[in-house]
Design a protein around this ligand. Structure first.
Ligand SMILES: Cc1cc2nc3c(=O)[nH]c(=O)nc-3n(C[C@H](O)[C@H](O)[C@H](O)COP(=O)(O)OP(=O)(O)OC[C@H]3O[C@@H](n4cnc5c(N)ncnc54)[C@H](O)[C@@H]3O)c2cc1C
Length: 403
């Protein structure tokens, strides 16, 4: 899609029409600036690389109200399976999270962005970004765009980050997910399965989605592909008893999840948001709410820069990095700690942790502190329990040796 956008200086070019890019673009255009979202695919919302599980509190914080037709279910709790078959259930009577059709969600965000005045450039892959003294030049096939600043919201393999020498996640989790025409368990419970045999370095999941079921696996440092682990999980996991089959699949989603803390997320005339900046919860892999918060902070920093005509790196460090550190870092670090714990324990140690959790009634703590976007309070409370504190300290200090 060639456009006459090439002839004008834009205020902001947002690379990537996913959740983070659309949220940032909407906020900036809403303040009256000229914003273009450049998206490599022909359609917003595809391909889907997400389960669509978003906390209700997080959606509220982002001031988002997805349309009813996009909402496929409500989650009130979780069932957690240890490698050796211990089961922990934390179920509350309150609605905690929504299961949302991600394609419809992104389309809703795109409609909000368009209504705010954003221009959309589809089927347009940014190949290169170069920062000059007067602006940023984006090279696309057959044309180029110029803007006063660029927001890289182009996902885990961000071209904007690479061209600017910014964040590049040292660790990725590979994930595969099938949407099955099947049902499983309770309609308001997400199930998580741990164990090196099924999902080394992460976990497998079952998530009810209306009449369907999402079954997925994330792996890191594994020998096989995520898809091969997913098929094995469905066929052989003892808790599934062979009742779910990949032959009932409607679609296969694949993607990568950055699970390292964000690093440098700004340079002169450049900001990174969402997966491109590493704003993902390392222990769960969820990135839409945290990425959305980073997008709003990036938009606010961009607005300040446009008003003050200061696009320097030092300005963005104050206006953006300092703010996301205040808002998000403590919680992202808590997720990183939980991930470190889960990946460093052997399967036998994880079984022991589950048994301890059952004895010490961990589920009531999980019900009291259900906010998976902000787990630091939960961790702090957990460490008040002497048996947990001693187990976790030994586990982290011994880096997985028998505890
Ligand atoms: C299997 C799976 C399940 C998940 N489930 C959940 C979940 O339940 N809840 C949750 O919160 N998170 C989940 N996540 C993570 C979540 O999907 C991401 O954190 C989220 O999509 C990040 O949004 P984003 O806008 O930053 O990036 P993306 O959604 O990746 O969007 C980036 C956009 O940039 C475009 N783009 C990339 N490069 C270019 C380029 N050079 N030029 C132009 N356009 C470009 C892409 O086409 C894409 O549209 C899941 C991830 C996976 C893989």
């Amino acid at each position: 899609m060639r456009s006459d956008l090439s002839r004008t200086m834009l205020d902001v070019a947002v690379v990537g029409g996913g959740a983070a890019g659309l949220i940032a673009a909407r906020d900036i255009a809403g303040a009256g600036f000229r914003v273009v979202v450049v998206e490599e695919h022909a359609e917003i919302g595809t391909p889907v690389q997400c389960s669509g599980l978003f906390s209700i509190r997080g959606l509220r914080e982002l001031e988002l109200s997805p349309p009813e037709h996009a909402v496929c279910g409500v989650i009130r709790g979780g069932r957690f399976h240890s490698p050796g078959g211990e089961v922990l259930v934390a179920h509350s009577r309150l609605d905690r999270a929504l299961v949302i059709e991600r394609r419809s969600f992104d389309r809703y965000l795109a409609e909000e962005a368009l209504d705010a005045g954003v221009q959309m450039l589809l089927s347009a892959r940014v190949k290169h970004v170069r920062v000059g003294s007067a602006g940023v030049r984006l090279a696309l096939p057959g044309q180029s765009l110029e803007a006063r600043l660029v927001i890289g919201a182009d996902g885990v393999r961000s071209v904007v980050a690479r061209c600017s020498g910014l964040y590049s996640p040292p660790e990725l989790v590979g994930a595969a997910q099938l949407e099955l025409r099947a049902s499983w368990g309770e309609e308001d419970i997400a199930e998580l399965f741990f164990g090196r045999e099924w999902a080394p370095g992460f976990y497998a999941w079952l998530l009810p989605k209306g009449e369907n079921l999402l079954a997925g696996v994330g792996v890191s440092g594994a020998r096989g592909t995520p898809r091969s682990y997913l098929l094995r999980f469905l066929r052989h996991h003892p808790a599934l008893r062979g009742r779910l089959s990949s032959e009932k699949a409607l679609s296969l989603h694949r993607g990568c999840i950055p699970v390292s803390l964000p690093g440098r997320t700004c340079a002169e005339r450049v900001l990174l948001a969402g997966d491109a900046g590493g704003f993902v919860k390392a222990s769960t892999g969820g990135g839409v709410i945290t990425g959305g918060i980073s997008a709003r902070l990036a938009a606010s920093a961009a607005l300040q820069a446009l008003e003050e005509e200061d696009f320097s790196e030092s300005f963005f460090r104050q206006a953006y990095e300092r703010r996301w550190r205040e808002e998000l870092l403590k919680e992202l670090e808590a997720h990183a700690l939980l991930r470190e714990l889960l990946t460093s324990l052997s399967d036998a140690e994880l079984d022991r942790l589950f048994r301890l959790a059952i004895q010490e009634d961990l589920p009531s703590l999980m019900v009291r502190f259900p906010d998976t976007d902000r787990p630091s309070e939960f961790l702090r409370e957990l460490m008040q329990n002497r048996r947990f504190a001693s187990f976790l300290q030994k586990a982290l200090l011994s880096d997985g040796a028998d505890v």
